[in-house]
Structures are given as C-alpha cells and as structure tokens.
Design a protein. Sequence first.
Length: 429
Amino acid sequence: MKYGERKEYEELDAPQVLPTWKSGPSQTAKRQDIHRHYQKKQTVLWREFVMRAWMIPMLLGSVSDDYRDEARQRLMKWLSHLDPEQSGGTPDLPISLENGLAKGFKFAANCRKRHPSTYPGGRTDLIRHAETMLQQTRCWYSQLSLLHALCLWELPDSFARDEQGSVTAASQWDIRDGAREQSDDSRGTSVVETVGRWLSIAGTAHTAAAHVAGDGAAPRQPLHPFVAEAGDLAALALETRRPERFIWIDEKGVVDNIGSRTTGPQYYRKHNLWIPPSVGWSTLDGRAQRLIADVVVMLNLIERDGQYPDEVEDRLDHSMQPEMPLPPCITTDRTPLHPELSVSTTDPPAPGSACLPTCGFKFCPYPPRNPRPRAEIREPFCRQQQALLSGPVHHRMPTMHRKTPHWVGMPVRELHQFWERMADRRTRN
C-alpha cells in the first residue's frame, strides 16, 4: 500500500482527541458533527482497504509474466506486516485486513485452471504465500479461509471416467493436464497427512516468536474448534473431490441461497470455478451446515452493522482467547444472545451488556433485527438447523449420531429453541 494512504489509515485508526469547548447546545452539536465525519471517513477508508486485501491475491493469480513481479511485491508488502521479524515482533496489520487478505486467497483458489482470468504461472507463488500466511495468522477466521484455499489448490483439476471406463466429455488439454496432475499427486502423501500439516503450522510464527522472547517452553495453543472442524471437512473434500459439499467461498452468499446440487462425481466438472455462485447451503454436508451456521453467528456478533471499524477490530481481538476459544453464548447457553430483539427496540443494549458473568468476549446480545440487515440469517436456513437436530446426518461416510457440534455443550432442546427464535425474527416488527 502507498505510504500516503497507509499514513491516512493509521491516523484514522489512532485514538482521536476532539477539541474541547465550553458546554452548550451549539458546542455539543459541533462535537457530534466532527465525530460523525470522522466515523464516516474511517469506515469508507477501512472498507476500501478490505477490498484491496481481497483483490491482491487474485491479482497475482491472474496477471501475466510482465506484471507478476510487481503483483508479487505488492502481496509481499502486505504479508510483511504479519511477519514478526519484519514488524518488530508484533504484527501491525489490523486483524480485519488479515481476514480480508486470507479471503482473497480463497477467491483466487476457487478459480480453476480453465478460468479465463487464471494465469498458471501464479499458482505456485500463491500456494507458497498462502502457507506462509497460515503460519503468521492470528485469527481463527483467516486460518479457516486459508485452509479452504489450500484445499482447493490441492484438488486435481482432472477428468473423470464413467462406469464403462471411458473418459467423459473433456478436451485433450484437460486429459493431458489430468494425467500430469495425477502423477504429481502420487507422492505418497495421504490426505490426512496433508491436512494435518496445514493444521500443524497454523499460527506457529507467533508461538515461535514467544519462545524466542523467553516465555519458556509453553506448549502450542490448541486449534480453534472452528478451524479443527474445517480441517476435518477439508480432508473429506479432498477424499471425495467434491469441495462444494464441505467448504464454501462466501459465508453470506451460501447462507442466503438454498442453492442447487451439482452433477454426480462420475461426471466431468466443466465449470470455471470449483464452487460456483449457484451453490447454497443445501449443497453442503450436514457437518458443514452446522459449522457455517455458528461461523455466521460469530461473525455477526463481531461485525454487527460494520459501521465502526475500531469496535469491530476490538471485538476481533477479543475473539482470540486461547483459554476460551468460543464465548459461552455459542457453547453452553444462547439465552444472552436475545435474538428476539428488533430495530424497533427502544435503546437496544450495547454489546457486552447481556453477557454471562463468566464471559470475557462482551459480544451479547445478538444484533437486533433490522429492515435492511447486513448479514441476516434467513428462515429456511434456521429451519434446516432445526432439522439437523431432529435426526442423524448422512453423507458417504458412516452416519453421525451426534446431533450437536462438538463445540456445543447445551441440550438439543435449547439449541432447537435458539434456532426457532432466529427463524421467527423476520415475523417480528
């Protein structure tokens, strides 16, 4: 990022000291105007940088040789702000931008080799930088996004054969490419070992820095429950070669759409994207549906209406508590979320005012229902969550008898009631 733009972002990101005036209606109005102007300008600039973070990995994956060095340098400048050795021991990239950069890697990985905007020469660079970033990540969401990206890059972009053993409709370029990838994949590394390696390096750069700083031989912090579950689902995606069943590209896009199912695994995949926009939550396996449901709830608690970047950044920082990776309102008691609140509620409680005494996250209650929601969870998806609680989840693997995710310790009845209240939010004024 350019020096002047970064300086402006840092100035807006720093605590602001407003001028002091004598008390009075006019002075109070002036202070409020200055504060609104500051918040608006900061929000616009923050969203601009988030969009840049999304785009920079896709730029490296699509440019030709003439511009690849410049694109690589731009990406490395962003990544240098996550490197403890280059940032003075503590990363100085805001967590929201770290998440945006990781999501950009996932968008880039979703483009197959046949995609017109994909340049084959950038694939190796992107994979290497994605693994480096995975080591340097701090937030569970960026780790989850990078796992999805690496999983898509690991998939063989090859042809399939029908029951008679003949190759289905595919071009000669695809057949040659598939044969080449098939030989490259025969390195003896199993899917479990591949995913296990990704999980083993997630966030280790900061753990190593802590050891160098003299914090002793403290063991590596356990994986966030969402990241661990995403790792299991990534392994299933690689085993079945059906990524749309176990991972997703954009949380809101998937939750908003019921979606359509793709053809069976015996047919050749002709789409330019691994996971096309037509995919919705009905395409996902039951385990993936449960994971994305709680991921979206968690993101909505953190981002809320997205109007105050400083507050979003603080909540992202609070979401990274090794001793308590998830708040009690997700794991044990969802009553403090109060999903029944709507925008018509007079003076809705501030974030943190409804939390349990043992909670250090300060997220509750859930954002009130708004006529123009930013990331509202729709009723059909909520009803599907209730349906998952009513019976076992099936996929090609053995039937799952656990009715709640492994990170949830509340009774099925209580979780069912929560999704009932979430489904009824649209009917309330």
